[in-house]
Design a protein around this ligand. Structure first.
Ligand code: SAM
Length: 211
């Protein structure tokens, strides 16, 4: 859910309630799991709120926001203006489902971060992200997903089942993804699943490393 922040008139920034709630929790994990050098490509940056929080928290990394919808760029740029020590890069237009992302080698992308995107988009987006990660990450590079998932042999929380139903009524190609299905496709793209980290509100941090 997206709300206008009080300063939005001046800066066109939007805030997301979920991003406000989850930013500190995700930041703790990113600090531990992301490589300490290079750039982070964020897929589906949305409001851009996370971009500035994480760029400031991880000053050795360049943060590159992106989205498939350039209507979000105004807000992303609004948040970029708040950075003090490590300003995120200008947002890039990336439709993750295309799976063919062109980057300058100077971008030196060592990780890809995807927060609350793959259940609110068709499966082709997940496939495109795995393909893109294989293409641009170096050996040891990290692909990080955050969000709700379905896991085999683990009861899905009622709230997540209700959310899944809601998403499917909004768009039949959306819905919570099965982690096992992602993992088996990831293997085909030289991406190995690391231990899954439980996050508040029945979300997960799911980390893949490039072989
Ligand atoms: C629920 S929002 C999450 C935004 C942000 N990551 C956050 O956590 O606040 C989902 C975002 O995914 C983006 N998105 C949807 N389909 C996409 C695609 N094919 N490629 C890249 N981004 C996409 C949407 O434009 C939107 O900004």
């Amino acid at each position: 859910m997206i709300q206008k922040s009080p300063l939005s008139e001046k800066f066109s920034r939007k805030t997301s309630i979920s991003a406000t709630r989850n930013a500190a929790h995700i930041q703790q994990i990113l600090k531990k799991v992301l490589p300490k050098y290079g750039s982070v490509l964020e897929i589906g940056s949305g409001t851009g709120q996370h971009s500035v929080v994480f760029a400031e928290a991880l000053p050795s990394l360049k943060w590159i926001p992106s989205d498939a919808d350039n209507l979000n760029f105004d807000s992303i740029n609004g948040w970029r203006q708040l950075a003090i020590n490590n300003t995120p890069d200008t947002p890039r237009l990336i439709d993750a489902s295309s799976g063919n992302w062109f980057f300058n080698v100077n971008d030196n992308i060592t990780s890809i971060v995807v927060i609350n995107v793959i259940h609110i988009s068709p499966w082709s987006v997940t496939k495109g992200i795995l393909k893109g990660a294989q293409q641009i990450l170096p050996r040891g590079g990290v692909l990080y997903f955050y969000g709700p998932f379905i896991q085999d042999n683990i009861t899905t929380a009622h709230s997540n089942l209700a959310f899944d139903n809601y998403l499917k009524t909004e768009n039949s190609s959306w819905g919570l993804r099965n982690l096992k299905e992602i993992e088996s496709l990831a293997q085909e793209h030289s991406l190995v699943l690391e231990p899954v980290i439980k996050m508040p509100a029945n979300n997960l941090s799911v980390i893949f490393k490039k072989k």
